[in-house]
Design a protein around this ligand. Structure first.
Ligand SMILES: [Zn+2]
Length: 318
């Protein structure tokens, strides 16, 4: 019965090879699809539980209703038995010191935020804020020199919030994967904690939470950062001072205050960068005008309702 033909190279050998390929062809895609589905599900459920709010005045009422309902809804799927995702095990000390608090309604408040510092402008900004009795938020990047660390300490000691804005500010690097994002933000977290003595609990995405670089990963990043207790803030008012050629001080004041009047709650994007001379010049008049409009000022903390870009539609970025 047994053929003398060697097995390797025989018809039976090739039949077996084809059979094996068919089996693998079914198993591998099925496995990948299941894994992807469970990751997507985790991200979606975390986003839903944490009531990410839409931006834009016209959306404000709707988003508040949505947020309120999301807050009162029981957790639909707490699925604690789910195996942790590999990146959830990274950096076990990269957590906010306490769990995420609930959002509180704080009234008519402006949150001034300064990105990309500390810089040679930080001291001037701090001086004006102090003179005006205003607390603000600094979303800082990875500057480790002694002067920068002192500036961060000084801002924190004055009662301003220090938030994270990435170590490298390198979009291509941080938005490659959740792991790359965590790796970069953790580096900044450690500097702030160990050098400046500040444990940050809020952050801002470079380029905002939804931008041209992060569309494939932003939902997972948001979910993972929320899980670690960090809340992020986009903005609904801007000094438009990111470009090297800044607008004039009066343009900055007008640009912000013409939109702020109809808002209940404003998060103002400004930059703490060497080129932002006019931002500093605009600051006193900006604060005065916003006060005239009935606003108080506060630094961000995690109880503040988020202002964030519309995350359901990638086309709606401002
Ligand atoms: Zn930035």
């Amino acid at each position: 019965m047994q053929s003398n033909e060697p097995y390797i190279g025989s018809v039976r050998f090739f039949k077996n090879i084809i059979f094996l390929c068919c089996i693998l062809g079914v198993l591998i895609p099925t496995g990948l699809a299941l894994r992807w589905r469970s990751r997507a599900k985790t991200a979606e459920s975390l986003l839903a539980q944490n009531a990410v709010v839409l931006t834009g005045e016209e959306d404000e009422a709707a988003s508040e209703a949505e947020a309120a309902s999301a807050e009162t809804e029981p957790e639909a799927d707490s699925s604690d038995e789910q195996e942790p995702l590999s990146y959830q095990l990274l950096y076990p000390d990269f957590y906010a010191p306490t769990p995420l608090p609930d959002i509180e309604d704080a009234g008519k408040i402006i949150y001034l935020t300064f990105d990309d510092g500390p810089s040679d402008r930080t001291d001037e900004v701090l001086k004006i804020l102090d003179e005006k009795g205003v607390k603000a938020t600094f979303f800082v990047i990875g500057r480790e020199d002694e002067t920068s660390i002192q500036r961060i300490k000084k801002a924190a000691a004055a009662g301003h919030t220090i938030g994270m804005h990435s170590y490298s500010h390198d979009y291509e690097k941080i938005y490659t994967s959740v792991e790359d994002f965590l790796d970069d933000f953790y580096k900044l977290f450690v500097i702030l904690r160990d050098e400046a003595g500040v444990i940050p609990t809020v952050f801002r995405f470079p380029g905002g939470s939804l931008n041209n670089y992060n569309q494939g990963v932003y939902k997972e990043i948001i979910a993972e950062m929320l899980r670690r207790g960090f809340r992020y803030y986009d903005w609904n008012l801007s000094a438009e001072d990111a470009a090297k050629k800044s607008p004039s001080a009066s343009t900055i004041v007008e640009g912000i205050t013409s939109y702020s009047a109809q808002k209940k709650h404003g998060v103002v994007l400004m930059h703490d960068s060497a080129h932002c001379k006019t931002t500093v010049e605009a600051l006193p008049a900006l604060i005065d005008t916003l006060r005239e409009q009935g606003f108080d000022f506060a630094p961000l903390d995690r109880t503040v309702r988020q202002v964030s870009f519309h995350y359901r539609s990638a086309s709606n970025q401002s």
